[in-house]
Design a protein around this ligand. Sequence first.
Ligand code: ADP
Ligand code: MG
Length: 317
Amino acid sequence: MPSEFTLIRRHFTPGTRHTALAGGDDCALIAPRAGRELAITTDMLAEGTHFLPGADPEALGHKTLAVNLSDLAAMGAEPRWAFLALALPDADESWVAAFARGFLSLAGRFDVDLAGGDTTRGPRNLCVTAIGEVAPGRALRRSAARLGDDIYLSGCTGEAAYGLVTYRRRVEAVEADVARCRYRLDRPMPRVALGLALAGIAHAAIDVSDGLVADLAHICEESGLGAIVQWSRVPQSSALATCSPEDRRRFVLSGGDDYELVFTASVAARREVAARAAEAETPVTRIGTMVAGECVTVLDSSGSEMTLEQAGYDHFR
Ligand code: ADP
Ligand code: MG
């Protein structure tokens, strides 16, 4: 079995493009561009909680970084650096090589330098700290929604939650739809281009990791407002076509792990939002309005309030 240092040297020192000192010393040295704020986030994937033993290591490498880049996207920050702290039960080099492949290929796509990390023995745990840059005053905060703002959603939600279901039980859906939903779950693509395009235009934003309603509720809470979502406007993935209406509603409104962006912007900015989204080649849909009050209300096509499980995932409940 290779040593800790052999693993690091072989798999986690890929070379960097914009880091003053990476990998090998006690700390990395990074030089942010003049006049930028740093957006910094940490997200961890633990075996048994976020993924099952035996999960595909390359997909895990991708997802470990992707969920962090999604947080940067939700702030409108440009991803720049990542730090990778790994606990591994053993030095299985083929596992590490595949994990690194998944991680570094996504890092390369977004020009993110892997600038350092830590590698230790323990129950499998994958933790990334990602750092991005954003111009002062342009970050998209959860607390910045305003009364009367439009609410938008990128792409569509529900596919990842359905993907998880298809791993757990047999479903009726056609194979291509199952494959698409599993891919969404296993290899989410962070909406980095959209986040960047919206910085300074949109007001509040959040990425959908716990569920559309649960995450929009965070914007409501932090902004001191309520949200009304029109169910008829919420995009419906064709991959969920064979689900029962109850299941579909649950996946779309409460399913986690889609890593879409929910954001708000003033009504006057509609054309600008559409133009920026088109520039970022990302579909966005206007799904509702920020109102006085609190919490998220979803209205069906007859205008009646839909009852739904409000809460998203909570690790300790
Ligand atoms: P220290 O004992 O000073 O914490 P380590 O021996 O843990 O240093 O790490 C040596 C170097 O390798 C450090 O520069 C660290 O950032 C880097 N490193 C360790 N593990 C990883 C990893 N999984 N990915 C990237 N860099 C890593
Ligand atoms: Mg260390």
